[in-house]
Write a protein that binds this ligand. Sequence first.
Ligand code: HEC
Ligand code: HEC
Length: 155
Amino acid sequence: MKTYLNLTAFIIVLFGGIAFLDSCKKEESSEAKISHHNGNESHNMGQACMNCHKQGGSGESIFNVAATVYDTTMNSVFPNTTVRLYTGANGSGTLKYTIEVDAKGNFYTTESIDFTNGLYPAVTGTQGTKYMSSSITTGNCASCHGNTTNKIWTK
Ligand code: HEC
Ligand code: HEC
């Protein structure tokens, strides 16, 4: 009888433990992934990140904003710059989102971004800020930059 009780207790503890570990795992995967200065986890500079980092794509994280920043030569990436998204042109309106560019010149975020009324990008380097004069409704910057217009660059 005692053995049965011990066995029952063991099984309860075992399954409790598994359920606990499982909930930790879920929490971890729902955590936002956002690039930061000096970060080193990204890759594929200049490519359209969302070709892969999308629902059902090979990249696990689904990015809502992601791309690469270049310097004035447009040949070298510009690490540790900062991307900001405003409700108005030239840094006017409200600053809604700030995304730090990592050590590889890439920026990305899985946080949800409200593009309903359009957002105006600004990219700040060490010598100043470049503003996009029109608004965007997609964070897939490379759908235009490096494609139908210049790469993203700043000073
Ligand atoms: C050709 C497909 C492809 C492209 C393009 C691509 N990635 Fe990835 N990426 C992957 C795969 C596959 C992994 C490994 C699986 C994973 O962890 O998502 C990965 C992993 C990552 C990781 C580390 C793990 C994570 O999900 O946080 C980061 C950060 C990342 N990619 C950022 C980027 C950025 C930024 C770009 C664009 C400049 C980009 N990727 C372009 C396929 C791609
Ligand atoms: C729908 C296409 C499109 C998307 C998406 C897009 N851009 Fe642009 N971007 C342009 C065009 C076209 C210009 C040049 C005209 C202008 O400034 O509006 C530009 C200009 C810029 C400039 C100013 C460059 C200069 O020479 O002064 C910056 C900085 C910029 N974009 C950053 C971004 C960032 C960051 C993203 C993603 C968060 C992004 N853009 C998404 C099309 C796009």
